[in-house]
Design a protein around this ligand. Structure first.
Ligand code: GDP
Length: 249
């Protein structure tokens, strides 16, 4: 008999086994990249966005979850650092979810004009991307939630209140003592406005399987199973509607 794919209690949302969740994450592959929201293809499958200050550990987290050394570092290639990068998840030709890597913010050396432009693109994405199902905010716990993270929380609050999933990952948790970890967890839980908060360490592999299981659940909510879709990126894609503020240079 095959092992069960999920551990489920009647009435509760199915929880995939760690093997299933990690296997699903491992299917991640580059889908497309875009400098602005209206260049992204319109998709009708769950999309999970990773956001955070630069250096928060976002690329390392995505690479660890997907068990691929270079996947998110593609987002750091010259010319792509300010881009929205999409990765497809699910079996080949049966994409069932998308991971979005939004560029890190708050990097001091970026010219002010670029910072403002980028904040606008990101806010627009977070507010208007219709198939957005969940947001993972990466945060270096030694800095805590910074002013820019707070702005982001304000931007997404109405959608989180309306049911958008939200997780704060306190990265590099291997650098914290137990007492420091407990303290920062309780502070950020108060600030996260209903979102979940978890410790994560790529180095010690803390939280990796739990996060993979949670993201799988976000993408496969209980109820009718969405039919997997074949995604084609090309001339035939209908761009999502851009708002005026997204078209700034
Ligand atoms: P990004 O700018 O948010 O994509 O951040 P990176 O993934 O490039 O990570 C920034 C720095 O933090 C790098 O030097 C990483 O090696 C380090 N880092 C990331 N994750 C961990 C972790 O779990 N533990 C430790 N100790 N360092 C980490």
């Amino acid at each position: 008999m095959n092992p069960p794919l999920t551990d489920s209690t009647p009435g509760a949302a199915a929880v995939p086994t760690p093997v299933v969740a990690m296997g699903w994450m491992h299917t991640a592959r580059f889908l497309t990249t875009a400098p602005q929201l209206h260049f992204l293809p319109q998709l009708d499958m769950p999309e999970i966005a990773f956001v955070g200050r630069s250096n928060a550990g976002k690329s390392t987290c995505i690479n660890t979850l997907t068990q691929q050394k270079q996947l998110a570092f593609a987002s750091k290639k010259p010319g792509r650092t300010q881009h929205i990068n999409l990765f497809a998840l699910g079996k080949q030709n049966a994409t069932d979810a998308v991971l979005t890597d939004l560029p890190g913010y708050g990097y001091a050396a970026v010219p002010k004009q670029d910072k403002i432009r980028w904040q606008r693109v990101m806010a627009n994405y977070l507010v208007t991307r219709e198939n957005l199902t969940g947001i993972v905010l990466l945060c270096d716990p030694r800095l805590g939630l910074t002013e820019l993270d707070e702005i982001l929380l304000d931007v997404i609050r109405p959608r989180v209140e309306a049911g958008l999933k939200f997780l704060v990952l306190l990265t590099k948790s291997d650098k914290l003592t137990r007492a420091e970890a407990a303290k920062v967890l309780s502070i950020v839980r108060l600030q996260a406005g209903g979102g979940e908060v978890k410790l994560f360490s790529a180095l010690k592999k803390q939280g990796v399987e739990e996060v993979a299981q949670l993201l799988w659940q976000w993408a496969h909510p209980a109820g009718p199973v969405a039919k997997p879709t074949q995604v084609t990126i090309g001339a035939g894609d209908t761009p999502v509607a851009a708002t005026a503020s997204d078209t700034a240079p």
